[in-house]
Design a protein around this ligand. Structure first.
Ligand SMILES: [Zn+2]
Ligand SMILES: [Zn+2]
Length: 457
């Protein structure tokens, strides 16, 4: 098998990988968009994939860093079949339509002439090529289930990261290869731990997002929930409001669910919880698939059961944060012009308010800058607002949807593959895994695939 890393750098960027099995087929795993780059630099290096040469494209999950360039790749590969889980099938459609709107705005603001990279009509035509496949079942790469005797087949396994997230197992003439996508081996509130195979895998292509982050010795998700609940209570007692910047897909739904359970257990008062419009769209899809996709609490309907209020741009501009309310709004990194950025500008000067982060923030993002600023000092979250004092309480809690590095390492050691390809991590993270694996399993072939090069593995 020839493996080509289509990303432009070894980092958590625009995920995309080409697997070439010669006459038996050529497949691409994910086609993401880089969260920090602009224009054509934000998409994978598709020049390495000749036009109309791919048989199948797989989406591991709907997050933008895995799906954002799918329409560009699909356009160049008109005969490729496009496979994903049922959850991703429903989530990726509104996510990519929203991405077009963001690109249109960026075209106007930053004069990025190539934006949008695709349009609404083209996307609508392309989604007809998408095929949702059930999990734990073998499919041929021409899209038929339970096909025996095919040289190349695939099986999807629940990855426990967000709704619809899967690991893609390819079976090439008996050699089994697993691409993890983004994976979580522990339970969240809604998503349950990944259900990945542990036996008989020859090759693992595995994410390493948290490779540079040792887990604190007494870390437990429940303890983080307790700490967050206490911080919310203290904020309410001071007469303040709480801003929790979140990603619209994944974190919004997990946070809605655990806030709901805290209220039910009377650990938090019944208070209004606001979410954004896109967060509502994705929550509606979580609700519709509550009983068909793998998750905990299938009886819980996020929208009709919890009844969050919906915050739109107009409401955000006109209304001031209200005492005793929780604003669970995107974006998670408080990117300029998003609702959470707009709200943060109101929160910062107010001592009684709280801004609580529950996910990863890039250090260069407005959220990253705020997290690095001590209370009482000044920060710029939006150049138009200028420098603002950080008077409100700012805290971070770890509710990651990615596996801890210790759990990932344990999984690799359990599987004990012949070849382990390390991806989706910053250099430090990749190197930690490489070092650990070389020390414990010197016979394992560990590969950090250089961008743009094809490797025989
Ligand atoms: Zn993800
Ligand atoms: Zn990712």
């Amino acid at each position: 098998m020839l493996f080509t890393n289509l990303t432009r750098a070894n980092e958590i960027g625009a995920n995309s990988y080409l697997l070439d099995f010669g006459d038996d087929g050529r497949v691409v795993l994910d086609a993401g968009m880089h969260p920090r780059e602009d224009g054509l630099d934000a998409i994978p290096d598709l020049s390495k994939v000749p036009v109309d040469s791919v048989d199948a494209i797989f989406l591991s999950h709907a997050h933008h860093d895995h799906s954002g360039a799918l329409p560009v790749l699909s356009r160049e590969q008109p005969n490729a079949r496009i496979f994903m889980s049922e959850g991703t099938y429903y989530l990726a459609d509104p996510l990519l339509h929203n991405s077009i709107e963001i690109m249109l705005k960026q075209r106007a603001e930053k004069s990025i002439v190539e934006y949008p990279l695709y349009g609404h009509k083209e996307l609508d035509q392309q989604t007809r090529r998408w095929q949702a496949c059930s999990l734990r079942r073998s499919w041929s790469i021409d899209g038929y289930p339970d096909s025996e005797g095919e040289p190349l087949t695939f099986t999807l396994h629940d990855a426990g990261h967000i709704l619809g997230s899967v690991g893609v197992e390819l079976n090439h003439r008996g050699r089994r290869i697993l691409y993890t996508g983004d994976v979580n081996f522990v339970n969240q509130t809604l998503m349950q731990a990944a259900a990945f195979p542990r036996e008989g895998l020859d090759t693992l292509i595995i994410e390493t997002t948290r490779g540079a982050n040792p887990t604190p010795p007494h870390y437990a998700r429940d303890t983080e929930i307790d700490k967050l609940a206490n911080a919310i209570l203290e904020t309410f007692d001071r007469g303040g409001a709480v801003l929790i910047p979140v990603f619209a897909l994944g974190k919004t739904q997990e946070a809605l669910a655990f806030l709901h359970f805290l209220q039910k257990q009377k650990r938090l008062p019944q208070c209004p919880i606001y979410i954004g419009g896109l967060g509502r769209t994705f929550s509606g899809i979580y609700d519709k698939l509550a009983r068909s996709a793998p998750r905990a609490h299938p009886e819980l309907q996020l929208l009709s059961g919890i009844q969050p209020q919906i915050m739109d741009g107009r409401l955000a501009r006109e209304s001031k944060p209200k005492r005793g309310h929780i604003y669970l709004i995107s974006s998670g990194m408080m990117t300029e012009k998003t609702l959470s950025n707009l709200f943060a500008q109101n929160f910062l000067p107010q001592e009684r308010y709280g801004i609580f982060f529950i996910g990863y923030c890039d250090p260069d993002s407005p959220a990253g800058r705020l997290k690095a600023t001590p209370r009482g000092e000044k920060v710029i979250v939006n150049p138009l607002a200028g420098e603002q004092p950080v008077n409100c309480r700012v805290e971070s809690y770890d509710f990651t949807a990615h596996s801890r590095r210790e759990d990932l390492l344990r999984y690799i050691l359990d599987v004990n593959p012949r070849v382990c390809v390390l991806i989706h991590g910053d250099p430090e993270a990749l190197e930690w895994f490489q070092h650990e694996l070389q020390n414990t399993r010197p016979e394992m072939k560990v590969v950090i695939p250089p961008p743009g090069l094809s490797l025989e593995i």
